[in-house]
Write a protein that binds this ligand. Structure first.
Ligand SMILES: NC(=O)c1ccc[n+]([C@@H]2O[C@H](COP(=O)([O-])OP(=O)(O)OC[C@H]3O[C@@H](n4cnc5c(N)ncnc54)[C@H](O)[C@@H]3O)[C@@H](O)[C@H]2O)c1
Length: 336
């Protein structure tokens, strides 16, 4: 393998694939060698952008047979992730794969073992953990600036894009679950409850997921049938509260509220001497350098390949997230 340049090929050039291709192309540590899609029309589109630089294939097996390619980026529908990732790992390629990792925990565990056995890097694009605002929130939690976590409330909604092979929860809540996994260093909830509606789709296009962790609770709303586009996360701590609004422009995404509730007398809410006071302080918007989370995610994948280190969004965290989604799906099934 060339130790300085990561020769990579992309499989899947639909809606998201072009973003992955662009960020690979912009990163000089990679050489984008090939793009593959089942549809000639998508390859024609790619050809307009990268014509002279790369090759185009309809059949991904041809890419896997190319010994000059050492990494594969997979941006196809979730239902095809497992087979293509398995074939890639069996062909000795490092794998960058889009979220959600696989359709089942069993598939994810199999891929994790295969990567370990073949000594290959497996990186799941849990893009939000590479977002500078989320990284800033993690620093605030670790330095105790927020105090103890009280709750997280996440809203990810829009009108569409309805996907047939995943629910809105599997497609959207996976982002919020990856943020929580990252912020809490992999804590798992001990209580999982979900309700959803299968409107216009064989899978849920609207879900409400509720989780209870040791010291805090979580509510995650995921919807493809909303009049509003929202990408919002509220994180409330005992000292401060933070709102991360990913729709806002880059210098307004993170707002820190020095607000909270102080206990001013008594400790036990059963007794009358118990009293609380609302604390209202400054509202601040920290300066956060603008960075592209997808670029960062791909760059981290490259670091892992070049230095043979495990990805921060490797299969372990992806499996924890898929386990939560499977339990939430099982809970939704019980209600039908
Ligand atoms: N990280 C993010 O924020 C983010 C955002 C959007 C989508 N995604 C993920 O990206 C993936 C792709 O989503 P999308 O919206 O682009 O889907 P899409 O349906 O628009 O595109 C998928 C493409 O893959 C191609 N394809 C399918 N099977 C193939 C095969 N065997 N060989 C070659 N090409 C094949 C299809 O022809 C299609 O062009 C999904 O896993 C999705 O969850 C991630």
């Amino acid at each position: 393998m060339n130790k300085t340049i990561n020769n990579i090929a992309l499989i899947g050039f639909g809606y998201w694939g072009p973003n992955v291709a662009k960020n690979i192309f912009l990163n000089k540590k990679f050489t984008l060698k090939a793009i593959c899609d089942l549809k000639q029309s998508r390859l024609d589109k790619a050809n307009l952008l990268y014509s002279q630089f790369i090759t185009y294939e309809l059949d991904y097996q041809k890419i896997l047979a190319d010994e000059n390619i050492n990494s594969i980026a997979i941006a196809v529908e979730t239902s095809s992730h497992y087979q293509i990732a398995k074939d890639s790992l069996n062909a000795g390629k490092h794998v960058y794969i889009e979220k959600p990792f696989t359709s089942t925990v069993r598939e994810a565990e199999e891929l994790k073992e295969l990567a370990l056995k073949n000594k290959l890097i497996l990186h799941v694009d849990h893009i939000m953990i590479y977002h500078p605002c989320v990284q800033r929130i993690k620093k605030m939690i670790h330095s105790n600036e927020l105090g103890e976590l009280l709750y997280l409330e996440a809203m990810r909604m829009n009108l569409g894009q309805i996907k047939k092979d995943v629910s809105a929860m599997e497609d959207l809540a996976v982002h919020d679950l990856s943020i929580i996994d990252y912020l809490t260093d992999g804590q798992m909830p001990f209580y999982i409850k979900a309700i959803g509606e299968k409107k216009y789709n064989p899978k849920e296009s609207l879900t409400f997921l509720m989780l209870r962790y040791n010291n805090f609770i979580v509510h995650i709303q995921s919807s493809w049938i909303s009049p509003l586009k929202e990408r919002k996360l509220i994180i409330a701590g005992t000292k401060k509260m933070v709102v991360f609004d990913d729709i806002k422009s880059s210098n307004e995404k993170l707002i820190i509220y020095d607000k909270g509730v102080d206990v001013i007398a008594g400790e036990d809410i059963e007794y009358e001497d118990y009293a609380v006071k609302m604390r209202v302080g400054d509202i601040s918007i920290p300066y956060i350098k603008e960075e592209d989370a997808l670029f960062n995610s791909l760059d981290h994948f490259n670091d892992c390949v070049m230095n043979n280190i495990q990805s921060d969004s490797g299969p372990e965290s992806a499996i924890r997230i898929l386990k939560i989604l499977e339990l939430a799906n099982a809970d939704m099934k019980k209600q039908i």
